[in-house]
Design a protein around this ligand. Structure first.
Ligand code: PMP
Length: 364
């Protein structure tokens, strides 16, 4: 029977989710599995977020109306923006998908880096857009000059991810801002900052300035830095007219009340804890980088909570990841991104990282 789906669906590749602990435990009959494959934060959710989630359970019979307004106001205040510059989504993934629906038409051209987060490609293709992939430079930073040269009359949108996934690499702030400044009048730029809170340093006032007049949309999430991947809260920041259009086409109440409670509590009360845990993660990252280097890996300097590294001895990432999984460790192979010699490792707790290092020594 023909399903008669939208024709673009055939061109989309299925989303390959990371393996879960439960599935790996069962498949290999193990009694312990450490998951370092999905860039989650092992320390979340934080104290006040947990308490707020419990409180939310008393009111989940009601739609999340006031909570939308309150979380939006909290995000606006923290970022020195107006509430009219913020909209919420069910995780950054949902925001990305809605932004694609908002901006893209059949025949539009879209630029993405190679490699980058896979969802940009799929949601763009689904809208009928054509993808141009611009390889990153040898140091894995974006080739912004090549991107600019690839802009045509048809180019509608450039997806940027900073720090980039799967590499963890950031671009020089000034270069990025100057690129947005040059290009952002003609072409939409979406800057996905899912991992930006892990960058050493503070706020980014210049970007906030650019939001006022450029075709720029900045996306953030509570999934990574705030350790709330399971409750699905993300948001975007843009000019008020963009936010109002986004809110018009997005599904009403697509963020759940428990997530909204948690996100607000986290921003208001858990910031200190989040910053402390950030330092723990960055210290662990430095330790892992140096041990992996000693083991013969080529580690790409990361500005996020994960490490992109080339395996020693021409080993193939899918094979190594399969062997590790059989020993109870989940990390991500990077062949799907076109980097068959690379793996992506999320920074976990010290004992989790040690468990990985131990198993890794057996397979390389
Ligand atoms: N953007 C990037 C770059 C990501 O890596 C991810 C998650 N892997 C997301 C967006 C989506 O995150 P979420 O939907 O959990 O907010």
């Amino acid at each position: 029977v023909s399903l008669n789906l939208r024709k673009q669906v055939d061109d989309c590749k299925p989303y390959i989710a990371g393996e879960t602990e439960a599935s790996v435990l069962k498949r290999y009959g193990l009694n312990k599995v450490v998951k370092l494959g999905s860039n989650e934060n092992p320390f979340g959710p934080y104290k006040h977020a947990k308490k707020a989630m419990q409180e939310s359970l008393e009111v989940v019979n009601r739609y999340p109306e006031d909570d939308y307004v309150e979380l939006t106001a909290t995000i606006a205040k923290i970022n020195n923006l107006d509430v009219t510059n913020i909209a919420l989504g069910s995780g950054a993934g949902n925001v990305i998908e809605t932004v694609a629906r908002l901006l893209l038409d059949e025949g539009d051209e879209v630029l993405i880096a190679k490699p980058t987060y896979r969802l940009y490609r799929e949601v763009s293709i689904l809208m009928g857009a054509t993808i141009r992939e611009i390889p990153v430079k040898s140091d894995f930073t974006y080739d912004l000059e090549a991107m600019e040269e690839d802009i045509t009359d048809k180019t509608k949108l450039i997806w940027l991810c900073n720090p980039n996934n799967p590499t963890g690499v950031i671009n020089d702030r000034k270069e990025l801002e100057s690129f947005i400044d040059r290009v952002g009048d003609d072409v939409w730029i979406v800057l996905d900052e899912a991992y930006a809170d892990f960058i050493a340093g503070g706020q980014r006032p210049e970007i906030v300035e650019l939001l006022k007049n450029k075709k720029l949309i900045v996306i953030r999430t509570f999934s990574k830095f705030y350790g709330m991947a399971g409750v699905r809260v993300g948001y975007l920041m843009a000019q008020a007219a963009v936010i109002s259009a986004f809110d018009t086409i997005t599904e009403p109440f697509c963020v759940n009340r428990t997530g909204l409670f948690a996100a607000k509590a986290t921003l208001l009360a858990d910031q200190e804890q989040a910053d402390r845990i950030k330092n723990l993660i960055l210290d662990e990252r430095a330790r892992m980088e140096s041990i992996l280097n000693e083991m013969g890996f080529t580690v790409i300097p990361s500005s996020s909570n994960f490490i992109f590294a080339k395996l020693p001895n021409d080993l193939y990432s899918a094979t190594i990841c399969e062997q590790l999984m059989a020993k109870g460790v989940i990390i991500r192979e990077c062949d799907a991104w076109g980097y068959p010699a690379y793996v992506r490792i999320t920074i976990g707790k010290k004992e989790e990282n040690d468990f990985l290092l131990n198993k890794l020594a057996d397979v390389i």
